[in-house]
Design a protein around this ligand. Sequence first.
Ligand SMILES: C[S@@+](CC[C@H](N)C(=O)[O-])C[C@H]1O[C@@H](n2cnc3c(N)ncnc32)[C@H](O)[C@@H]1O
Length: 274
Amino acid sequence: MGKEKRGLIRNFVDVDHADGEELISRLDLLQSLDFFQNYKRESFERMGAGPGKHLADIGCGPGDDVRKLADLVGETGSVVGFDVSESMVEEAKARHAEASLPISFKQSPAHNLACPDQSFDGVRSDRLYLYLDHPLAALAEAKRVVKPGGRVVVVEPDLEGVWFDNSLCSTTRKMIHALSDSVPNGRVGCQLYRLFRDVGLENIRLDLCPWVTADWALFDKIFHFRGIAEAAIAEGELTEAESDQWFGEMEERKRADRILGGLTLFLVVGQKPQ
Ligand SMILES: C[S@@+](CC[C@H](N)C(=O)[O-])C[C@H]1O[C@@H](n2cnc3c(N)ncnc32)[C@H](O)[C@@H]1O
């Protein structure tokens, strides 16, 4: 298979057949933003990260969250990063090669993790379930690998809830639908609470983490709206004229400093029954 088109978020479904460097650079950009650092810190707390804990990050990407968790668990704890992508696991190992760290990385799909039952005190996944065809199978697997009383944390957006200020409302709706439909599971954020209940997790808590930005270049780098529009045109869901008008307005707004957009992440934690 040839390399998937640059920039599209659906490439995270199969990083090894896409432009891995571009995807990693996008993850690095997100890691550098205050909003991402803040909700990630919140998710570490929700999973009970602390000295001596044994934790896992499922869909860990280049492993920077695994590294941060390692600082929290200290030398008496451990952290495992799982990712289905060979190139992500290689990058994670290369980045965090210090032998003294209590961390390891395994190439493993979220629905079939290479580890025994009840291995961890807590597990988390951060923007993984968007890319899964069977989110319930992955959540059941997360539950399998935590100890009784252990915590499962998942953070995901609902891509239908991405928003921005553009007067062309009908085209904006089409763009948002196209964005949401570009991945297997674009609406998973709002489904997590139900999925946690379906899989038998207890003491479920849901927090919403809203992000607002006036930086169109940043927003566009994350979602690559040109690619989304091209796909929607190819599917007959959007016309060239609608697309040109819509991007034209965005350019005008950028020049006039009149951009605003955002999204909401759903941060859900549940506990495995004792
Ligand atoms: C958007 S990235 C998020 C990475 C990291 N959690 C972060 O917050 O930066 C999604 C990651 O999920 C991985 N992934 C996609 N499908 C997967 C699957 N079925 N099982 C495990 N990992 C998967 C991708 O390879 C990618 O590294």
